[in-house]
Design a protein around this ligand. Structure first.
Ligand SMILES: *[C@@H]1O[C@H](CO)[C@@H](O)[C@H](O)[C@H]1NC(C)=O
Ligand SMILES: *[C@@H]1O[C@H](CO)[C@@H](O)[C@H](O)[C@H]1NC(C)=O
Length: 813
């Protein structure tokens, strides 16, 4: 009795003792169900598993240390075993073989070349490789799982073609989360080497193009410029004689990141493991919005996010079928106003479009050695060439892509600096150049076209209304789900906008407290009349904002439009705003550090949502502590967001330039004050100022008044340089016990956000990862913007712009 137990124990010890310690096997060994290979540093594990609710047994690779089952590669994707009798082995030729009930081969690999003394090894990268035992890495791999991808891209994996061997690494989603067999959602690169088309990265749904990344321009894809610097990842697309592939790598090995095809949502999601919350966080999810749907606007049309309608024809083009176009079926696209005259092709010219995602390169020809001038000449010489562009935008631009046929799948990408040149007949070009030359002509044309435009808009409105009745109700036509308040209700609730009800002044108008008949308290924002927005645009905007839901954003309850009044009704936050708690020295309730840290993280999450998770990509433009409201549990809620994007006449773009700089002194990024250029990075700047204020418990504006012009951020940076950063911490918090690591991490992150150059500042996602990771991910910040108050840029700015700056002064003294 005792001895048999002993033998069982010994057996178990041998089985598990072997499996736990080993990262490779040779042809004399095998792996049975229950045993695993573990990579050298213990990151990944290879063995038998059952996904989700499935009972079937599969062989695959997963993260060993992550408590949420995360399988990154599966061998027998479509042929599960029904019991635990499976054996995985490597035969003498070097092929992997999965045996079922000791006899049936369920899955195997087939090498072209026979191996001598092969071993199977699981590497820490997640790559399962077959190589010769002696030669090690010198010979390269005879086989590797990275060449047979499933639904997950690990750092260092390649998506795309090995042109020498003519094989393609195509990713495919799992059919569902219980079944790793390929679904119909795939991801890969398309290229026609013979025709010299330029490669493009696509997602397909059931074989149809579903999303396109846009050609790689050396810095990013033209559809999604990579924000630089990226503190967390490196992305690259390699395109040469031998290979065409996309890959990404991590800046720090401690960061665990993967890209996964999700068949449920039909997206590719970039997930990062965040230890602090013990879960995967979605960093990016593509497609992101309506405009990311492949070819939404048809040929020669382009998509504008938040636009009404979403699709527009390129300049010089008109809808092919007006009837369909105005009933929001854009699939037929646009045709030229004036057809090209091929007899006279050398009279054609090109119109330059900047900030446009380049069209589908499936219909392109490319040549890396041509410059832009040669590219133009070549395109001009062939009447079917519709457009051209540089293929690489680095170092002033090089290479040539030319498009033939319709220009498909374009959208506005404001942060892109790449130019697309679209062919136009001389007659179309003439129209615009006369305008530039003679002022008189401008005036006349202006007058005439003004009248025409007015006529057109009236006609179009009628036309649209007519079709709206018959058209199917698409997303655009959705009724506002938001309550429409009567002006009289609001007047009663706010005692006719009385001064005693005024809560404050935001960038776009005053805010009042109100009480509805049923006792519900509300905050009413009265938008400045000068906002110059039409009723339709306003409604459109409000509908979009109403869809923003995040626990770190103040909730919109309804709106009101009547006469000249445009009002937004928000939930009322009784706990006032953040500035009240951190700057008021007499406050009884001192915000302790853990609360402050929660607030910083909450603001960061709300802002990330505005910048990238919501479908809108909103830039706030007036972030400051008085715009952060606190609920009963002191959770932060960003207020005054949303309308930020279109107010100020920047035609609905999410990044751009405005002549009307709105914001608050001390929080605005240098490039915004100076040139009116705003972007997510100008919000990041304001966020950084807030972080430093929250840590220090000091208002940045009053600090520089008391310190001969040294700004609070400048002071923090100096302390950091001297290794005394921690001295920035609010003196009222010094005595109690805190996580000093957390404090210094916040200071470091805050300083990274306020760097002078917008390009140096991290994205909000990087901010969140940096705030919540314990690893030493944090680079050294450069000098902050406005190191000294005397560096305030008003003086150096373009005088035309400074006139239109509306800056609120320091609020409290
Ligand atoms: C698929 O995406 C949805 C939405 O983002 C997410 O909730 C879900 O967890 C994802 N599935 C997996 C298995 O990652
Ligand atoms: C124009 O270019 C297309 C596509 O490369 C080609 O098929 C056609 O022969 C060219 N036409 C002329 C006149 O060169």
């Amino acid at each position: 009795m005792f001895s048999s137990l002993f033998y069982i124990a010994l057996l178990l010890f041998l089985l598990y003792g072997v499996s736990l310690a080993v990262d490779s096997i040779n042809p004399l060994q095998f792996i049975s169900d229950g045993e695993t290979l573990v990579s050298k540093e213990g990151v990944l594990e290879f063995g038998f598993f059952s996904p989700g609710n499935s009972k079937g047994r599969y062989v695959g690779v997963w993260y060993k240390k992550i408590p949420v089952q995360t399988v990154v590669w599966v061998a027998n994707r479509c042929s599960p075993l029904n019991d635990s009798s499976g054996l995985l082995m490597i035969n003498k030729k070097g092929n992997l073989v999965l045996l079922y009930q000791n006899k049936r081969v369920v899955w195997s690999t087939s090498l072209a070349k026979q191996a001598q003394k092969p071993i199977l090894q699981l590497l820490d990268s997640g790559n399962l490789v077959v190589q010769e035992e002696q030669n090690g890495n010198l010979e390269g791999y005879l086989w590797q799982s990275f060449d047979y991808p499933g639904n997950t891209m690990l750092p260092g994996m390649k998506l795309g073609w090995d042109l020498r061997k003519g094989f393609n690494r195509l990713f495919s989603a799992w059919r569902n989360w219980d079944d790793p067999c390929p679904g119909d959602f795939t991801w890969g690169i398309e290229i026609d080497v013979q025709q010299h088309t330029f490669p493009d990265i696509y997602m397909w749904k059931g074989g149809e193009k579903y999303h396109r990344a846009g050609p790689w321009n050396g810095l990013g894809t033209s559809g999604m410029p990579v924000s630089r610097p990226n503190y967390l990842y490196d992305f690259d697309v390699i395109y040469d004689e031998e290979e065409v592939y996309y890959t990404f790598n991590l800046k720090k090995k401690s960061l665990i990141t993967i890209e996964v095809l999700n068949q449920t949502t039909l997206t590719v999601q970039r997930l990062t493991w965040v230890e602090a919350v013990k879960n995967w966080q979605i960093y990016y999810s593509v497609p992101t919005d309506q405009c990311d749907n492949y070819g939404l606007c048809g040929g020669n049309g382009y998509c504008v996010i938040g636009g009404n309608p979403a699709c527009q024809c390129l300049k010089g083009f008109k809808p092919k079928s007006e009837e369909k176009w105005y009933s929001t079926d854009w699939s037929e696209g646009c045709v030229r106003n004036t057809p090209l005259d091929c007899e006279d092709k050398y009279k054609d010219g090109f119109v330059k479009f900047v900030g446009m995602k380049l069209p589908d390169t499936a219909y392109s020809r490319s040549n890396k050695s041509m410059n832009l001038k040669e590219c133009r000449a070549k395109c001009l010489s062939n009447c079917s060439c519709m457009a051209y562009a540089n293929s690489d935008i680095r170092n002033g631009g090089s290479g040539c892509i030319m498009w033939f046929g319709g220009l498909m799948d374009m959208r506005i990408v404001t942060s892109s600096e790449q130019a697309l040149y679209v062919r136009m007949p001389a007659s179309e070009l003439g129209k615009s150049s006369t305008k530039v030359r003679a002022v008189k002509v401008v005036a006349i044309i202006g007058l005439v076209s003004g009248v025409l435009l007015l006529g057109f808009f009236i006609w179009r409105k009628k036309f649209k209304e007519k079709y709206r009745k018959t058209a199917k109700y698409g997303e655009q036509e959705e009724d506002l789900e938001l309550p429409l308040f009567e002006l009289s209700t609001i007047i009663a609730a706010t005692s006719n906008f009385s001064l005693s009800n005024k809560l404050g002044q935001g960038g776009f108008g005053p805010v009042y407290k109100g009480t509805l008949d049923d006792g519900q308290e509300i905050a009413v924002k009265r938008l400045s009349i000068s906002s110059g927005q039409g009723i339709d645009e306003f409604k459109n905007e409000v509908t979009l904002i109403a869809k923003l839901q995040h626990r770190n954003l103040v909730k919109l309850l309804g709106f009101c439009i009547q006469g000249l009044e445009k009002l937004l009704v928000y939930e009322y936050m009784p706990n006032k705003s953040l500035d009240f708690f951190i700057f008021d020295q007499t406050q009884d309730i001192l915000l302790e550090w853990s609360k402050r840290f929660n607030i910083i993280c909450g603001i960061a999450r709300g802002l990330l949502y505005l910048h990238q998770d919501s479908r809108l990509r909103i830039i706030h433009r007036d972030l400051k502590t008085s715009n952060i409201l606190l609920d009963n549990e002191m959770n932060p809620k960003i207020s005054d967001f949303g309308l930020a994007r279109t107010f100020g006449g920047d035609d609905g773009k999410s990044e751009g330039k405005t002549k009307r700089v709105i914001g608050t002194h001390g929080y605005m990024a240098p490039e915004y004050v100076c040139n009116g250029r705003f972007s997510t990075k100008s919000d990041v700047f304001s966020f950084g100022v807030m972080v430093i204020e929250i840590v220090g418990g000091k208002r940045s504006t009053s600090f520089s008044l008391q310190n001969e012009g040294l700004t609070l951020t400048g002071h923090a940076w100096t302390l950091m340089q001297q290794g005394r950063a921690i001295e920035l911490l609010d003196s009222r918090l010094r005595d109690s016990h805190h996580d000093l690591q957390e404090v210094s991490r916040c200071i470091r992150v805050g300083l990274l956000c306020v760097q002078q150059r917008a390009a140096d500042r991290p994205s909000m996602f990087s901010v969140i990862v940096m705030l919540s990771s314990n690893s030493s991910l944090l680079p050294c910040p450069n000098r902050p913007g406005y190191f000294m108050e005397t560096e305030l840029p008003q003086r150096d700015c373009d005088p035309l712009l400074t006139n239109t700056i509306t800056i609120s002064g320091p609020e409290a003294r």
